[in-house]
Design a binder for this molecule. Structure first.
Ligand code: IMP
Length: 426
């Protein structure tokens, strides 16, 4: 099964993956990097992970596939933090030898490009993601396996960093980084990380041949996809379900169920079009009650109503077979709830988000369907029977507007705050 974000990221994938991992033998990341942030609350204790799959709190193997761009210092921090919480990672964490590395100069380039864009900045997480993927596509990336050979690593590092430094100094007129300062430090990482390096395609394939349940964990969301998102206000990887294939080396024929995660409303961090954005009391309610601050950067998230038009596109782009609706409880207490069911752009109506440029999209007028709110709490509900009638109505309307089954409803941040409507794994 593949789990993907169906919006602009931050849909609450971490919690759902953590839940589903109980029935999985492995959980696999296949794209993105430490721009992702999964917040998990287990027995009241909060952990934020950026790279290691959220399944690490269960018995499953946690695999980082070749599609992930790897920032080793972040990985080592996460390993250390899990070890201090007595979470066992030995023989559980496996990392593809083919992951491209994020270097300190990728981060400097990310910052320099954003600064140069001024008020047209993408609003990246500043983690060097875009520059690292650029180097991969330009065939000059350093892979994790290169770190295991000091001669090769030093050579590649000097070549790549001198190219980065040239751009930093000459194009952006910003300070560069001396490769000599980092090469020995990074080579010292090799000993720590070596036991975790594997041919992850082979590991995953063997598990699938043995009929194990393997969960593929997407990062970010469909609308941030480099091809299918709101370009250029997107991340630099393919975030849609198809990336589970290229980002692991497992062909597309094995993927059957695709679970799309959506909040009961919409958020986005960073710049770019957001047709249902709210700058009123309702928006304030969603931000405050939903505690909408980025797990990676701490930035406040923009908030708005649920966007069925965008979700219809996500369902097509990902082949979403089931939905998980998160943060239903954040809508508690609202008088009226709206969901966008169509867009009107220059007098034309669209029921699915169209492929038009960002300027058109930013001028689009959402056509809303209005729902009665509920003045009761859904917080912590674990069965559909505990929900007020209006909340049940809301869920079944989403199913019919999207012609897709809602399999899970999350009603709070804790692992136990979940309603299971369909046993999706088996
Ligand atoms: P980048 O991935 O750091 O290059 O950022 C590109 C865009 O994707 C920015 O709008 C970021 O805010 C957004 N983004 C990247 N990762 C996440 C995420 O995990 N959740 C939500 N937005 C993200």
């Amino acid at each position: 099964m593949i789990v993907v974000g169906a919006q602009w990221g931050d849909e609450g994938k971490g919690k759902v993956i953590d839940l589903l991992t109980k029935q999985a033998e492995a959980v696999v990341r296949f794209q993105g990097g430490h721009n992702a942030g999964h917040t998990l609350v287990i027995n009241g204790q909060k952990t934020v992970l950026h790279l290691i799959p959220s399944g690490i709190f269960n018995d499953a193997k946690c695999i980082i596939g070749n599609g992930v761009v790897l920032h080793i210092p972040t990985l080592l921090d996460e390993i250390k933090s899990l070890q201090t919480k007595n979470i066992n990672i030995e023989n559980k964490l496996l990392i593809s030898s083919q992951c491209p590395l994020i270097l300190p100069t990728h981060i400097l380039l990310d910052e320099a490009r954003e600064n140069a864009l001024g008020n047209k900045a993408i609003g990246t997480t500043g983690r060097g993601i875009g520059p690292a993927y650029e180097d991969k596509v330009a065939r000059r990336a350093i892979h994790l396996m290169d770190l295991l050979d000091p001669v090769i690593f030093k050579q590649k590092l000097r070549n790549l960093m001198s190219y980065h430094n040239f751009i930093l100094e000459n194009l952006y007129q910003t300070p560069s980084e001396d490769p000599e300062k980092i090469e020995d430090l990074w080579l010292s990482f090799a000993d720590i990380i070596k036991p975790f390096i594997a041919d992850t395609t082979d590991v995953i394939n063997t598990m699938l041949v043995n009929k194990s349940n393997v969960l593929f964990e997407g990062a970010q969301g469909s609308m941030l996809d480099i091809d299918h998102g709101t370009y250029p206000y997107v991340t630099s990887s393919n975030t849609v379900a198809g990336a589970a294939s290229t980002g692991t080396g497992i062909g597309p024929g094995v993927f059957n169920k695709i679970l799309g995660i959506t909040k009961a409303y919409t958020t986005r961090v960073g710049s770019g079009p957001f047709p249902t954005e709210l700058n009123d009391e309702n928006g304030k309610h969603l931000a405050e009650v939903g505690v909408e601050f980025g797990a990676t950067t701490g930035r406040p998230r923009r908030c708005g109503w649920l966007d069925i038009v965008a979700l219809r596109k996500a369902i097509i782009n990902n082949s979403i077979s089931h939905l998980c609706l998160t943060k239903l409880d954040v809508l508690d207490g609202l008088d009226k709830i709206h969901v966008a069911v169509e867009y009107e752009i220059s007098g034309e109506r669209y029921s699915t988000m169209p492929n038009i440029n960002k300027d058109h999209l930013s001028r689009c007028k959402p056509i809303y369907k209005q729902f009665e709110g509920w003045q009761a709490t859904t917080s912590g509900a674990t069965s559909i029977g505990q929900l007020p009638e209006q909340a049940k109505q809301f869920i079944s309307s989403i199913e019919s507007l999207l012609s897709t089954k809602v399999a899970l409803v999350s009603t709070g941040p804790d692992r136990k705050d979940i309603i299971v409507l369909d046993k999706i794994f088996n």
